[in-house]
Design a protein around this ligand. Structure first.
Ligand SMILES: Cc1cc2nc3c(=O)[nH]c(=O)nc-3n(C[C@H](O)[C@H](O)[C@H](O)COP(=O)(O)O)c2cc1C
Length: 151
């Protein structure tokens, strides 16, 4: 069994490609040394809004919890909400210290439960514990979307 956690957050205003590169570079050096794998999704902000993150962390429970605390203290994002956590039989991103996908509103349109990622409405649903099946969503999104946008 492996422990996992999925959270969503809102990116700091003005967060750009250089920030994403720095986050991924750090993740790809730290995570393999600590047995962490996972996926980071970045949804572009629409209509002048800031972008949103959704991230899956997989690994030993204590390590996942420590990394979650470190990430949650990072000023590059705010309004973090854990939407799913628990145990699963194995890793879904075993080959990835941190897989990355950019999600556009077009690409999210095919996933009705997550199409409004980043909106007020989505955050209200997350706070109410109504964002289900986020792990399935991340796996489906990763499997279906072309990888040209991988940073
Ligand atoms: C959305 C987001 C996801 C992150 N994911 C990871 C991660 O998977 N692994 C990691 O080591 N750091 C990750 N970070 C960076 C950490 O929050 C933190 O900045 C870093 O580990 C601190 O190390 P530093 O002070 O040496 O940069 C992430 C940051 C953000 C904003």
């Amino acid at each position: 069994m492996v422990n996992y956690l999925v959270y969503v957050s809102q990116a700091r205003k003005g967060l750009g490609t250089a920030d994403l590169e720095a986050i991924l570079s750090k993740s790809r050096s730290y995570n393999p040394l600590h047995g962490i794998s996972g996926m980071l999704l970045f949804a572009d902000g629409r209509d002048g809004r800031r972008g949103s993150f959704m991230q899956l962390l997989e690994g030993d429970r204590d390590v996942v919890e420590n990394l979650r605390a470190t990430i949650f203290a990072d000023p590059r994002h705010h309004s973090k909400i854990v939407i799913e956590q628990g145990e699963k039989p194995g890793r879904d991103f075993a080959d990835w210290s941190m897989a990355f996908q950019n999600a556009t509103s077009e690409s999210l349109a095919g996933y009705p439960a997550f199409a409004d990622l980043g909106s007020e409405h989505f955050y209200v649903r997350c706070q109410a514990g109504e964002a289900h099946r986020s792990l399935e969503f991340l796996k489906d999104f990763w499997a279906a979307e072309p990888r040209e946008n991988v940073l």
